[in-house]
Each structure stands twice: as structure tokens, then as C-alpha cells.
Design a protein around this ligand. Sequence first.
Ligand code: GLP
Length: 247
Amino acid sequence: MQFITTEHYDQLSNKAAMIIAGQVSFKKNSVIGLATGSSPIGVYKSLVHLYKNDYIDFSEVSTLNLDEYLGIDPMDEQSYASFMRKNLFQNFNICTSNTHIPQSNPADVDAECIRYEQLIKHLGRIDLQLLGIGQNGHIGFNEPAAHFERETHVVELDQRTLQSNARYFESIDLMPKQAITVGIGTIMKARKIVLLASGHEKSEILDEAFFGPVTPAVPASILQFHPDVTVVADQAAMQVISRKGRL
Ligand code: GLP
């Protein structure tokens, strides 16, 4: 487990973008696991900048998104499909057919979980998985639970997640209460994991996840068992870890 601490969010974003760029220049047809939420927005901006300046080529890359809300139109501004189009794909040289996100409105939700899981297996091992972390320790939408769920599944969103993500919706009542997420097993099988954390509100959970007990009550804590995790965090997110002298 490696920690890279940056002063601000912009540096965090550039750092993580450079790690992804390095991966893709090393292996042109990399499979990259992508995340949503506010944390990776700066990374995507930096990647677009690198592409526009001819530093990177994603034409052979495949991407797999971690999760999607259920019961939302894919064209809705708040769907993760829209998020990815707006923040990365529309400004980038990636083939749309190589980008994958769980469907938000499938006719059969269980069949969609099976389809996505088979797709993951077909693409092979994820070379680099980008992650954020929820304030309750969720990764993807793997919420605190009694056990670690291995494969793609439907989740009921945790109250804390609803409260935290309600800022993107007109009201919490209009927010989807369920999502599809890849499982912890898929995340753990990635060759390399880069987890982003920015801001004071991530400080406690970052410490709990990486220096507390490994428990499904804090899903990100499983990452302590992964052989290649890089946490890229700004000073605000590192506050508790630094105060406790963990590193
Ligand atoms: C969402 C996503 C997660 C993300 C988390 C943190 O719920 N499903 O993948 O890591 O929120 O979001 P943020 O980066 O906005 O704090």
C-alpha cells in the first residue's frame, strides 16, 4: 500500500492521471476500471488535457465502469452514463463500443447483473481500477454489509450515501434508491488499484479503511489485502492519518 499525498485536489488529479497515462503507454489495450462521483472529475479533465496535447492514446483501451443507478434514464443528467460522456468520453479518443457501464433501466435486473459479470470475465483482468471512497467506506456502490459481495449485484443505497449524493438531485425523494455495482471480488482482482480521496470529509474514513480492522462494515478495508494499491489523497483527506502518525 502506497500513499501519495498532494497539497491540493488539482495535484491529486494530475498525479492520478499520470499513473493512468503510464499504464496505457505501457499497455495500449489496457482494461481500465472507471469510477464516478466528484473525486475523479479532475483526473478525467487531466486525461483529456493529456490527450489534446498528444501525450496519450486511448484508442485501444477498454473501460468498465463500477456502477450505475437503477431506475434512471441513461440520458438523465444524473445517470453515470451521462457523467462519463460529459466528463470523459465525448472529449476523448476512446471507441464508444469499448466503454461499458451497467444499464440503468434494464428489463430484467438480474439478467443485467449476469450480463455485466460475463462481460467483465470476457474482458479479462482489469489492469488498473480507479476508485473513490464513500463517506461510509463504500467502493463502487458496495455498501457496508454483513459480508463482502463478490460479483455484480443490486444494492439498496445506504442512508449516508443517499444523503451525500442527494446534492446532485433536485431532492432526496427524486433520487434512485438502488444501484447496480460490480462486486468486491472484481475490484480485488484488478492488477493495480488507485484510490482517490479529497477533502476533510474523507479523512476519518480513509484512516478507518486503511488502518482499521478489515470488515465488510467498511467495504474499502478489504483493500488492505490487495498487493498493489496506491492511495492518492490531498492533505485535507490525510489529516487523521497524519495526526495519528500512521505513516
Ligand atoms: C458514489 C460512487 C462511488 C464514489 C463515491 C464517492 O456514490 N458510486 O464510486 O467513490 O460516490 O463520491 P465522491 O467522490 O463524490 O465523494
